[in-house]
Design a binder for this molecule. Sequence first.
Ligand code: PLP
Length: 483
Amino acid sequence: MKENQPTIFEISKPGRFALDLGKGDVPACDLETLVPAHLLRAKPAELPEVSQPDLMRHYTALSTRNFGVDSGFYPLGSCTMKYNPKVNEDVCRYPGFTDLHPLQDPESAQGALELLYNMAQHLAELAGMDAVTLQPAAGAHGELTGLKIIKAYHRSRGETRTKVIVPDSAHGTNPATATVCGLETVGVKSAGDGLVCLEALKAAAGPDTAALMLTNPNTLGLFEKNIREIAEIIHDAGGLLYYDGANMNAIMGLARPGDMGFDVVHLNLHKTFATPHGGGGPGSGPVGVKKPLIPFLPVPVPSFDGQKYGLDYDRPSSIGRIHSFYGNFGVIVRAYAYIRAMGPEGLRQVSEDAVLNANYCLSRLREDYHAPFAGNCLHECVLTARNQKPFGVKALDIAKRLLDYGYHPPTIYFPLIVEEALMIEPTETESKETLDGFIRAMREIAAEAGTDAARILSAPHSTVAGRLDETAAARKPVVRWKP
Ligand SMILES: *Cc1c(COP(=O)(O)O)cnc(C)c1O
């Protein structure tokens, strides 16, 4: 890999081209009569001019600079970076899907509407909900949709409830969503065992409680075993329970948020249901609700009258539209293909294997890395760099050193309540050999902290770029090349 890959403009030579289209046999049209003169370029655009092999080599070289789940192990906690079966990509590229126009008559898009309708049913079944909207484009967007629904519900009952309770282990999107919805976040502390402190929750819940936002298993990879009591406390106060479904990979076919007492759920199709993500690419965050909340779902809702599939817009209590057209359709198709291919048994196996893999990592790394919580985990485990800190080695340094071993680092410094956190989510798609390789690398780094900390502190050594100035990258990003 070249350290300083020139840009496509730098390798450009006047007169070169990648493809010669030849002379067209269509009579040349008079551009000036088609396009008003003031909209025409005065001189041709300065596009790079390169031969086809140079073009191919340039972009192929760039493509290998990305790290993806297809190129290596990617144990980024809370993100469920699982391998995505390629058959899902084939299915979502069927011309029957790609050639549809979102504005065409529902009569002529029955297959696509049936897929949307069935998908909503499958997700409702998995989450224990009564209805699902597929419109939201991501988990955070699902949270926004869910809180809007919850607000509309309270308003319909003549109640003004302004507070959202969020545990201190929660993902940052939870309090952010509450703020965007004009609600106030009330934090509750976790107890020493990493679970929601019931006493703190009781003290926080009251007549102004709109909702509790919770993920289960929580972001420490621990199952909130007091979920029934938690639900009772919130429901007794007149509030609703919102389930952040980012950790659904731990419990599919084993437990359902609806049965735990949750009223609203979002699922991250791009995490749990084998849809490529990372790099901010399209996602999907369907939201499921219990019966009393169905009237408030966003429009349109896919419908079926026993004969024909359609789109229902006639919903007077709806919160309205939250996405153009019908959600991120291609993502929904991929996830649908995955669910159908796995089946109920397969999905349960996914969760069981994800939990097994995480516990394998936890138990084999416990000797070298401090584990802040006793006992087993669910689909991800949290360790810390406490044992390495005396040598000056922090979680960030361990993450950087892992790059030299060819692994994507785990999530670090999240959850916020664990000092020097390293959060590992191996997912179910990895073999024992892959996990053993990662564990070996982690243990070598732990040993190296005692013998050659400087080598860790100056890592990575094998990547195109070494340590970056992360503050400058965030504060003064240079995103445009200039000659
Ligand atoms: C990823 C994640 C979210 C947000 O989901 P996006 O799809 O990234 O918007 C919310 N909560 C938790 C716990 C997450 O891991």
